[in-house]
Design a protein around this ligand. Structure first.
Ligand code: MRU
Length: 355
């Protein structure tokens, strides 16, 4: 099983995704600042994975706090939460996980726990719970989504929404594919390379090949052509934030794929755990879109592609309007239009993990 991020007695262990597929190297992060930097710099990426990492980073930071009272720990913890929140703006799972950790602190205070060591322990437990729940959620959504994939299907996916984008194991969009395969179906994958960070070419291809799932990589601008040739049965992608009306932010280029799928009458599915649904954001208009360093566009690794000084855009995400989405596959079931109702019902449904 691919272990994207892990809690250890020495710190948070992460697979350095920047080096894949050429090198499989694990980093041991020994402070919350190192975890925050790892999120910012894409050592770890993918909405659920950065949520899990942020929770572990906060648990690590709190464990290392040297204050001698609950008030000291709270002061440090609040600062760490701010640092974590500033790492990446689009994936709501990051803020959701930080909120869960804040909730543990608030509950401990409400229960009058006066021993800061006890609160540190509770924070570590919560981070581990978030980790385990993510793995279970992806198994559950993989099962629901797997039912939508026909035997013998070829599925096109964009970016990497696999084990590497989550706590590990199954993934979301790739979880749906694994769910179908585990149900006995034959499935092949077409992976968009996903410029500029190449999550498809480097990461999706790597993890599918490792699992012996047939994968063919295409450049992003080939998607229309392969659809027109009848080579794609459906599209399954992940999401970084799903607004209350079903508009879904995902890796830049996803919107383009959804428009192409509509043109060719190919169902376009979004797969995400319920923690990716943000009912507080009414529509996709309200989703902050991260802009990253222009060097990701102008260079491949250290090789410069564009003329010196040329202007570039580097939007990391786009928003697919809900009209283009056939269904949203979550760990609590499959939502269909009208999404305002179906998503609200799923979010408010009692979680299998609720106390
Ligand atoms: O910039 P990234 O690599 O963090 O973007 C990742 C994506 O857009 C994924 O598709 C999304 O987070 C879903 S991951 C299960």
């Amino acid at each position: 099983m691919i272990k994207t991020v892990e809690w250890t007695s020495e710190g948070v262990r992460m697979l350095d995704q920047r080096l894949l597929p050429n090198e499989e190297k694990y980093l041991m992060l020994r402070s919350y600042e190192e975890v925050a930097d790892a999120i910012k710099n894409m050592v770890v990426r993918g909405a659920p994975a950065i949520g899990v990492s942020a929770a572990m980073g906060l648990a690590l930071g709190a464990s290392q706090s040297v204050g001698t009272s609950v008030a000291d720990l709270e002061y440090d913890f609040k600062f760490m939460c701010k640092v974590m929140e500033a790492t990446r703006p689009t994936a709501v799972n990051l803020f959701w996980a930080i909120e869960r950790m804040r909730g543990v602190f608030a509950k401990a205070k409400a229960q009058n726990i006066r021993d800061e060591e006890e609160i540190k322990k509770l924070l570590v437990e919560e981070a581990l719970l978030i980790y385990n729940e993510d793995i279970e959620a992806n198994r559950a959504l993989g099962k629901f989504g797997g039912e939508l994939i026909r035997d013998g299907a070829t599925v096109l996916t964009h970016c990497n929404a696999g084990a590497l984008a989550t706590a590990g194991d199954y993934g979301t969009a790739l979880g749906v594919i694994r769910g179908a395969i585990d149900a006995g179906k034959k499935v092949a994958v077409i992976a968009d390379e996903t410029r500029p960070f190449l999550q498809g070419a480097r990461l999706t291809a790597w993890e599918l090949a490792k699992d012996n799932i047939p994968v063919t990589v295409i450049t992003d601008n080939m998607a229309g052509h392969v659809m027109k040739q009848g080579k794609v049965d459906c599209v399954v992608v992940g999401a970084d934030r799903i607004a209350a009306n079903g508009d879904a932010a995902n890796k830049i280029g996803t919107y383009m794929v959804a428009v192409l799928a509509k043109q060719h009458n190919i169902p376009f599915y979004v797969a995400a755990p319920i923690s990716t649904v943000d009912l507080a954001t009414p529509t996709g208009e309200g989703i902050p879109i991260e802009e990253r360093d222009s060097k990701e566009v102008t260079h491949v690794r250290d090789h410069q592609l564009t003329p010196e000084g040329v202007d570039v855009h580097n939007f990391a995400f786009d928003v697919t309007p809900h009209e283009l989405i056939e269904a949203i596959i979550t760990d609590r079931g499959v939502a269909r239009a009208p999404y305002t109702e179906s998503l609200r019902t799923l979010v408010n449904a009692r979680s299998a993990h609720a106390p």
